[in-house]
Ligand binder design. Sequence first.
Ligand code: IPM
Ligand code: SF4
Length: 475
Amino acid sequence: MSTPKTLFEKVWQQHLVVAPANEPSILYIDLHLVHEVTSPQAFDGLRMAGRKLRRPDRTVATVDHNVPTSSVQDRLHILDQISSRQIQALRQNCKDFGVELYDVQAPEQGIVHIIGPELGLTKPGMTIVCGDSHTSTHGAFGALAFGIGTSEVEHVMATQTLPQDKPKTFRISVDGALPYGVTAKDIVLHIIGQIGTAGATGYVVEYAGSTIRSLSMEGRMTICNMSIEAGARAGMIAPDQITFDYLKGRRFSPAGDAWNLAVEQWSQLVTDEGAIFDRELHIDAATLTPTVTWGTSPGMVTGIDSTVPTLDPSASEADQNNFERALEYMALEAGKPMQEIAIDRVFIGSCTNARIEDLRASASVVRGYHVATTVSAMVVPGSQSVKAQAEEEGLDIIFKTAGFDWREPGCSMCLGMNPDILAPGERCASTSNRNFEGRQGRGSRTHLVSPVMAAAAAITGHLTDVRNWKFKEAN
Ligand SMILES: CC(C)[C@H](C(=O)O)[C@@H](O)C(=O)O
Ligand code: SF4
């Protein structure tokens, strides 16, 4: 019998072109996703070298980071010069190099990590890269998916391969039923809080266990998305019936006999019994609570029913300094109950939490209520398709009636690269993935939360324990 293998090892081995000793291996890349920010120099490099794209048919581009979300009109006439130039460059490059581009008005447009899965471009067992750190999202399908730098983007464009050092493997098993009010976002925030933002550096994480198995694809994507915030090279979840059901019938999913064959092959993509990981962590789901960040890194988390932590005198000097700096930046005092933190803005969006299920969850909290008078709140669907689906279900009406701004798809307030930013000093409950200093605009203060927690905060005007929420029925 052959040695038991992990899911990662199977995908890795199936894509090895060569594996020379003492040098990085060369991996074949199945799918290359492209957006406007990290591709211009790569295309320029190809142009200067007089090269073509090796596999334009395995390359797909969209615009997400820089597009305004205020109105279709604003997207067609982008005022910001840098954004406008980057998007214009992507249009020209895709034309010159024969790449499919889902432009602002295309029904397929959206955040790159949202459209890959929803179009069925993302498939189990693939290698997927993109010049974007949150490419880890696609690992939820049992793909090996990771972010690459601009020079690597050029390498993949030219050769459809990538030199890679083999990462180590780390299995994080979460078992048991999720307590009421606890979501996939809370699981991943908890994990990052526990292992730290460098806790998975050098590893590919496989999420396993009954809790993970019970999650929808949306929830699994939320978890894999934030793997990078724990430093991981990638996050992966073995494909199963939930994965197959999600993919069936999607535009680029196999159909007919090819579907049955694909499912048969995808079903092999599980970690074999007895396979050895370099590291393992077990989490009991019963210990999880709705989790929120208080500081300026995704690892600075606490339970919503807890308080802003106090300085740990046994921590290293560097950690103590970081801690104090974070409190100062966030304008918080140690010991303050999390639920007493008032917020100015709410952002429901991003590749972490702007899929249809996320919007449904937020809407279920919002239904029948109104946004607090002190709060300005927005919902930014992750893609045109999510937006259309939400509108079909009437979720937009629930949000708009409650006083939320209902926007066009894009990265939006997840990062300050488009007009959706916080004013200096403003505090936001956000469903995104990063709360770094200045992430949502200069001087912005971010609390990372789940979609239901963001919705509850919008209504009450402060961080709120969604476990006590009184849901109102549709009338
Ligand atoms: C702009 C892009 C390169 C960046 C990333 O790599 O993640 C962005 O998507 C982010 O989330 O910070
Ligand atoms: S939504 Fe945010 S995290 Fe995701 S790709 Fe866009 S900027 Fe990056």
